[in-house]
Design a protein around this ligand. Sequence first.
Ligand SMILES: Cc1cc2nc3c(=O)[nH]c(=O)nc-3n(C[C@H](O)[C@H](O)[C@H](O)COP(=O)(O)OP(=O)(O)OC[C@H]3O[C@@H](n4cnc5c(N)ncnc54)[C@H](O)[C@@H]3O)c2cc1C
Length: 469
Amino acid sequence: MNDTEVLIIGGGISGLSTASWLAQLGIEVELWEANSRTGGKIRSRKDNGYLTEQAAGILMNFRPQIDHLIDSLDLNESKSPRSKTLRRHIIHQGALTEMPMTIPGIMTSSLWSRQTKLHLATECLIPRRKKAHESVSEFIERRFGREILEKAIDPFIAGTLASDPNQADAAAVLPRLTALESRYGSITVGILIHKILKRRRVNNADTFSFKNGMQTLTDALSDSPNIDIRRNHKAVTIEKTKTGWCATATTFSGERTIRCKHLVLSTPADISAALMATIDKTISDQLKSIEYAPLAIVHYGFDQSQIKHPLNGSGFLIPGGEKYAFNGNLWMSTLFNHRAPDGKVLMTSYMGGARRSEQVGWRDEKLHQTLQQNLKQLLGIKGEAEYQRIDRHQQGLPLYHGAYQKKMEQLKKGLESWQGLHLAANYLGGVSVRERIFQGLQTADRISLTLGSQKKVYLPEQQEGLLST
Ligand SMILES: Cc1cc2nc3c(=O)[nH]c(=O)nc-3n(C[C@H](O)[C@H](O)[C@H](O)COP(=O)(O)OP(=O)(O)OC[C@H]3O[C@@H](n4cnc5c(N)ncnc54)[C@H](O)[C@@H]3O)c2cc1C
């Protein structure tokens, strides 16, 4: 039987980044991935000159730790910055409408009623939350009014998290906003104070992808020196031993069992639940209860001349009250260079999610027909797409629904009884690539400490303030 200090199960961005931070600390780490490729959900494809993403395509960063990782992987030259255009659109009364992004823009926009503008201006007078748990809808409506919920937050939550604001836990989904309310009693006052104290590193905020797609990042992590990556290793059992943990995987050449001091589960919740079933039934049941939203991602390539709209922005999101049958549309070739051949455009639409989960089971023809009809109406498209591709995920994104924060606190409390066991996956602490990498760092630092090392990957004084945590 082999030994290692740390075994990570799952080779998506969560597991890979944890492994990379551990390797930077000089800690011995082996990673098992069930598939023949690492990267998990993240996968970039180059097809007929179009570069598409199966999952994450955009890294919105404000954490210096992510810059540090990109630097250490020597990926700065491979980055592809987001186009400077900051225009964002929503669908309002059936038409594409530009969304104002500045306070003066909001105050003068006809998108918002006088009542909403007054609500925004007097947000600082609204008392703090009294209920223990609030949904995103309850929190936003209380602080900013119903119109902001319906036109801005609902499409944001559905379009970027595949979630339902009526069910999503405000504390888990909007942790920065709820923290500002708890600390300052008001979100606008909190933002103002942070701006005055310059604690928000606005200048460091950076949104980017990579010239060859997001997979550049997972590929570079997989190639990190000092990580022993084992592909086609499907973990089937884990056991507690006197000194640590023991895990068994099925491989092409039979079973492989390994002992480790620390075990990190970076698999989707249902897989971790199954592995935990013989260890701790409560933790296993908590993991099993985590729901996922299915998603269908539809990519279209068109000749520019086929589209009337200039596509001069990042794309658009769709409030639930509008008649269209999808959640949002990103103009990938406007956002980033190298996404489509010269003279062509690439757009990516998101269907399904908690709002319309049944769509993911539709046949290709029905998905295309519904979506193309909608897009033609909204963007003035003539003719058919010259390139099309559908990516489906039955478990697209975990839904932080119900009293999710509390559930996760109970889960973490339960884990304290199991020394050397860690969960690092996107159902815990945020789904974005940024938060996945950050959680990997926190896990690595915790492991390093218990292994008796004083080393930390990233020194605490380099970490940032409340707004960006
Ligand atoms: C459509 C879509 C669009 C997105 N867009 C963005 C975006 O623009 N920006 C952003 O920041 N985020 C985005 N995200 C979120 C982000 O992509 C995911 O949260 C993240 O990639 C999940 O990584 P993970 O490592 O936690 O999980 P996964 O990627 O699911 O990795 C889990 C890994 O575990 C492996 N595994 C499973 N069972 C076993 C086993 N028994 N033994 C060994 N290995 C096993 C799997 O094969 C897989 O490789 C998007 C997600 C989706 C679905």
